[in-house]
Write a protein that binds this ligand. Sequence first.
Ligand code: SF4
Length: 455
Amino acid sequence: MNTFIATSIFDIFKIGPGPSSSHTIGPMKAALAFRRSLERLSADILAQVDSLDVALYGSLSATGLGHGTHKAVLGGLLGWTPEGCDADRLLALFAKEGAEYEIVIGGCKISFRAENIRFAGAGERLHYQNTLLFTARGGDRDIQTGEYYSIGGGFILEKGERARCPPELPYPYSNMNDLRRLVEERHCSLDDIILANEEKLADRSRSEIQAGLDRILSAMLESVKNGLAVDGVLPGPIGLKRKARALHRHSRAVSDSHDRFLAALNAYTLAASEENAAGRKVVTAPTSGSAGVLPGIAALLRRHFKLPRKELRKGLVAAAAIAFVARHNASIAGAEVGCQGEVGVASAMAAAFMTHVHGGSIRQMENSAEIALEHHLGLTCDPVDGYVQIPCIERNALGAVSAYNAYILAMVGDPLRQKVSFDQVVEAMRITGKEMSKKYKETAEGGLAVCTVHC
Ligand code: SF4
């Protein structure tokens, strides 16, 4: 791909309800976009709308119930946003059987029930597998339709939408090789490059961007703190008990410092992942399913190494750069490339975060990300019962530990002797994902999802 990377940091790091960015944040944004399209209709046309139907396809159909897609869709139709919505109110939607909601748009009131959402199957002939079709009807006539695609990480596309022409960027790059050369040849820091581009992309000043990064960091640390404060069982039929709080207590009780440190990292990561599984607010990093890895590492650096927020903000910039390259040249969606694109990329982001805040060079940062992603290649997405719980929660913890290990390996090795580049491992992920059976791409039709039922 020859186009330049034009993704904003705040498109990678989005605050929103769990448990799956492509199944909750993306669909909520799609439903909100459809609502906005209805708001643009003239009052007399809008007054004719008497029903609203939504069809979900692909993995939205296969695992949508477990991922809370129906609630997210209704939330969006009600005008809620992922960052602004109240997680408790969202979780309560459709909790009562036969519940009926009133969607008010302009002067028009449309009744909406669970039956208005159809889990419509694979949708083989659709342009993109995770498709949402919205239809507003008046009598037996379609008044307005909308077709949206949830393309992973909370990103959406509308049918026929043309790619936005990005502004001219001060530092254009398409891959890690370009980015490294910009740093080395122009003697710029990675932060200067990413933040200068961000100023153009997001049309924000440097101080506004720093404030935005602070908000993201706070939301990440908050998800860890909240997850450490609760016990109990996660929603859904599995009956999975939260573990983070107990592990955190254990980490404080053990005397051996190494065990303590590892147990704490696991506890922080589990805490944010359990919050995600419970449908609470998390930060996509790069997705909600993998939203425990980076907060786990950030909490470790903040709580144990007392790193100031300024340093952690720098870490977020490095992590974003890794996600940009992975998304631009392969994918960060479990529905496209399996879990290698979610927890694998999250682990690479966290490794880069660690390396960057500890003063590693651009090559060491790249190498740490490469090592972390390399050892997640081929990882399938097979959530049991379609819930982002097993294997997702523990997988986040292992992704964080791998990130730490990748950082150590990259910092001690000669960075020039690394045999595999980050771009090469991203390409390997893309090809592996392309060849992976769709059973292993967030459909709950293969792997662990099936074995735990049938084996
Ligand atoms: S297995 Fe990985 S990609 Fe699939 S839902 Fe869980 S965290 Fe996301």
